[in-house]
Design a protein around this ligand. Structure first.
Ligand SMILES: [Zn+2]
Length: 317
């Protein structure tokens, strides 16, 4: 496909309650960003609002619709290789409708869509902690555990959009509790915010210790803080998360053998409490040829999504 002439690219990271968007150059320089709150995205009025926000972003940089060469969108759902949204359990979104609206407002732009964890991985591979030309596996630790696999600078979505579902690798065969996916002993049961808190409560119970105050079921920060303060049970819980993660990465290494692993998401804010255990366990169990693969915390924060979405659109040019 010939270059469409536009000089800038819009990246949009669509979440459950807001959209973070950025206007970037094809080389990856961010010009302006904005964040808009959203409700359900399944009607013309909502699409028009989003379209207005994108137009405002482009206008802020002193540019117009015809300057936009490409527009990439990431969503919290399963997106197939052809850009079709197959499943999005946590958001009300008519992706085709939204993209049609954006397409009519930016007629010269190539439009692309992908899953949000894949976008974050692509963003980190392009401009962050990953490997720009090689392969990067990024694991996003948050409310759940998502992941993205980038090979040769491109995201691998898989035949059913399930490539890189690292959160559902079995790391504990003896687990009796079921994961959201129906299996038992998935990484997500331990390395998510909820998982960390469960492990922490388990450790407290073992020692007969009173847990620190935890504000809600995903308040991982409280456990990280306790671990930093030397709380023995919190430290052990964080270490266990690291060990499970290291074990899962070793399983991924024999399939993908990436140039780098990147750990992102809200839980990566506790990398100082779990990173060492992760790397240690990884080196212990990984196949010998992959033992030295770097495992790094993500570096783009919340910008990884819109940057990856923009990159996906650039790759479609
Ligand atoms: Zn699972």
């Amino acid at each position: 496909m010939a270059d469409r002439g536009g000089s800038v690219v819009v990246g949009m990271d669509i979440g459950g309650t807001s959209i973070k968007m950025g206007l970037v150059t094809k080389a990856g320089e961010t010009l302006v960003t904005s964040k808009v709150r959203t409700g359900v995205l399944d009607n013309e009025a909502a699409f028009a609002e989003v379209q207005g926000a994108v137009a405002a972003l482009v206008g802020e940089a002193g540019l117009g619709a015809s300057d936009v060469a490409a527009l990439g969108v990431d969503v919290p759902g399963v997106v197939l290789e052809d850009g079709t949204l197959a499943m999005a359990p946590n958001i009300t979104l008519d992706l085709n409708g939204l993209l049609a609206c954006l397409g009519s407002a930016f007629p010269t732009a190539r439009i692309a869509a992908l899953n949000d964890a894949n976008a974050a991985a692509l963003g980190e591979a392009w401009l962050g902690s990953g490997d720009a030309s090689g392969s990067t596996v990024m694991v996003t630790l948050g409310t759940g555990v998502g992941a993205g696999v980038v090979i040769g600078g491109r995201v691998i979505a898989g035949a059913h959009g399930a490539a890189g579902e690292i959160g559902h690798i079995n790391v504990e065969p003896s687990e009796t509790e079921a994961c959201n996916c129906g299996c038992h002993g998935c990484l997500e049961q331990y390395a998510s915010a909820r998982g960390l808190i469960c492990l922490y409560r388990e450790e407290c119970e073992k020692d007969g210790a009173e847990p620190v105050e935890i504000a809600h079921t995903t308040d991982a920060l409280a456990v990280f803080e306790a671990a930093r303060g030397g709380n023995a049970q919190a430290r052990r819980a964080c270490e266990r998360v690291g060990h499970y993660l290291g074990r899962a990465l070793a399983a991924v290494a024999v399939v993908v053998d990436p140039d780098a692993f990147v750990i992102g998401g809200g839980m990566s804010g506790g990398w100082d409490t779990l990173g060492e255990a992760c790397v240690e366990r990884y080196r212990e169990v990984a196949i010998v040829s992959c033992k030295d693969t770097p495992i790094r915390p993500a570096s783009l924060g919340n910008d990884a999504g819109f940057l990856g979405a923009a990159r996906q659109a650039i790759l479609a040019l």
